[in-house]
Design a protein. Sequence first.
Length: 414
Amino acid sequence: MNHPLRAALCVLAFSQAHAELGPPAEQQIDLELGLQTRTFLHSGLVGQSSFQPSLSARLDYYRSWDQDRQSFTLSPFVRLDAEDSERSHFDIRELFWSRVGDDWDLHLGAKQVFWGVTEFKHLVDVVNQTDLVENIDGEDKLGQPMAHLSLVRDWGILDFMLLTGFRERTFPGPDGRLRYVLPVVDDATYESGAENLRVDAVVRWSHVVGPLEWGLYHFSGTSREPLLIPERSDGDDLQLRPYYPLIEQTGLDAQVILGDWALKLEAISNSGFDDDRFTALNAGVERTLVGVLGSRANLGVVVEYMFDDRDDAAFDTLFEHDLALGTRWSLNDPADTQALLGVIWDVETSEYVVSIEGSRRLGDTWTLLLEGRIFGGAARPDPNALLESLFDADNKSASLQRDDFIQLELTRYF
């Protein structure tokens, strides 16, 4: 039985055993169903389809009792993809029991934890594994089984986490899009002898003082970012096998709000990859213009710089010397219309990514989401030298050069 399901069953049994304590329980159930279409401008590197439809469903169930001191949360998610069998998947995003004390919180089960303040990449977000088949932007995460204790003090909040069981990253299959030039196999290897049963640990201190808020943490455990090791399959085809090393990572996220201005920073120091320590950071500024041109609309302007001192050796990111510019529109209308346009440009190789995201409510129960990506500035992979193309430091986005797409998603809420 996989780790999230085993943790889910334990938490469910625990919550049911305590559900009769105290006053009657309060509960909330929300269901959303989505129809998503991805339309690519070109066929894939190996002839994949230019049209990729899929269906998704997510249930959010919340139950509280004991004067809201105890609660149970359940959020399963499923996607069925018409083209990519690896993108058809099920995950328990969250399934945990919570107990709230006077100055402490305890959570047991599969949970999602988000850290970060910058817009284009979240360096410090280390707890949950990325669900890469959902979206290339890294915003979608798999549920992480854990024991999470928070202590609330006058000088800040201390979080202690034991992460009980490792989740492997999801990758598109051979028929999927936004994939590497070589297929990634499912059978990963680990530095830890316990493999995916190793217990990782995190401690974090967060606090707010006036306009400044920050979080400082240390993570010890299996890296969520895998090394992709090339090898030959039994049929002598090239493929990639994920390898997850052990790392020690210290991270800082900080933000200062000064009126309409926000100064943001995310930084990490990481050791474990080839025993070399590296440092990476994202730093930026955001200005919000309220009531643009006398309208109800707000306009946010974002400028960020992404730096990684591994330079060309930064295998796990496209962003090692990159400038990012973005604008965020919020019309403040009854339909809650919003849009985000961004450009990330590598100042050394001239590779770039253009992204657009938008959303609008259609009545009380429907939402339309728009998302798109354009990749440029890199040479397309040479079909006769795929391995060389994969590790070309001057063309890190080569495998994505035929993957420009527009995505529409219609979601119904119940």
